[in-house]
Write a protein of this length. Structure first.
Length: 336
């Protein structure tokens, strides 16, 4: 291990040590997180778990740090009726969740325990959540040791499970492999884009550090296209169509492969850094390079572009989280 990664590891150990005993909220907590930096498909997973929680009679509340969101205090991103903050204030992922999920409260805050308490203190203000949350979903919570969780769901990306296996900044690992031991359930995501041999090898690696947690596989399947005005169209419109693609996400190669699998022909593309904030100049360059081709991006990127007077030929690929129902049965049994 190099010096920078060693220093990062020492800082991580100190942070965990000084977190002390985790605070416990007055409702059960399901945490969904990663062992690596970005790209595991966490946001679709959080959305899917929240939707399933509603189906099973829960009143879920999502607690998120709202990565890169400018709002610094504990803030309601949604009280169940759509976004209350802008994408810049909430962060792109939190805003996308607020836009997608109805009748689900979403609160942004660095301290997720205080955010959770705020959900109860302000329950009378939330039209659809008068009784307060019956379940919390902790977004990106695997390293948020300050808060007690009843279920720790760890996501592992089949297309890039552990990078080079080194800690940040020499690699993409947030924690050493042994941290997998904390997980109650592990999901290998994007399994549809990996060979069975890769899934077998990832499973073997997981079991080396955690023999008890059940392991599920999930796919992130394209579910259609949507434009800035909210109009949807089917995936069949991609088949055989030449397109221009751009995105600001952690794993653009997976996004490209998903479009190709749907039958699209990517003629040109542009990649920006993860969580990139677009300017009018960026959009002008994209339109110029596209030269009249249909332009496709991600939902996470689209929410940050709506104030830039988007062209009619720009749309976003909608992605759905698909997993066996046994996964939901397992995690919701633990929070009964």
């Amino acid at each position: 291990m190099g010096l920078l990664s060693a220093l990062y590891g020492m800082g991580l150990s100190c942070k965990k040590h000084f977190c002390g005993h985790p605070n416990k909220l007055p409702a059960r907590v399901i945490s969904i997180g990663n062992l690596t930096l970005g790209g595991t498909g966490k946001t679709p997973a959080v959305i899917a778990v929240a939707q399933e929680a509603k189906k099973r009679g829960h009143n879920p509340c999502i607690l998120t740090r709202g990565y890169r969101g400018k709002a610094i205090d504990i803030s309601f991103v949604s009280r169940g009726e759509g976004p209350l903050l802008s994408p810049l204030e909430a962060g792109d992922e939190a805003y996308l969740m607020a836009e997608t999920l109805k009748r689900v409260t979403i609160i942004k805050g660095k301290d997720r325990f205080k955010a959770g308490i705020a959900a109860f203190d302000n329950a009378q203000l939330a039209i659809v959540n008068l009784q307060g949350p019956t379940l919390f979903i902790l977004d990106d919570g695997f390293q948020h040791w300050k808060l007690h969780r009843d279920v720790d769901v760890l996501l592992v990306d089949a297309t890039n499970p552990f990078g080079n296996g080194r800690l940040f900044p020499e690699g993409i690992m947030r924690e050493p492999f042994r941290a997998m031991k904390r997980a109650h359930v592990i999901v290998i995501t994007k399994a549809d884009m990996a060979a069975q041999g890769v899934i077998t090898e990832v499973t073997r690696k997981i079991k080396q550090y955690n023999q008890e947690a059940p392991i599920f596989t999930a796919s992130h399947k394209p579910a259609g296209l949507i434009n800035a005005s909210g109009k949807s169209r089917g995936l069949d419109t991609l088949r055989g169509n030449e397109i221009y693609v751009f995105s600001g996400i952690a794993n653009p190669s997976y996004f490209h492969a998903t479009l190709t699998s749907a039958g699209a022909r990517i003629v040109r593309s542009m990649n920006f850094r993860d969580h990139y904030i677009y300017s009018r100049k960026d959009l002008d360059k994209i339109k110029s390079e596209a030269a009249g081709l249909d332009i496709v991006t991600t939902e996470k990127d689209l929410v940050k572009l709506r104030e830039l007077d988007l062209p009619d030929n720009l749309s976003a690929l909608k992605i759905g989280f698909s997993i066996d129902n046994d996964f939901y049965d397992y995690i919701f049994r633990r929070v009964q």
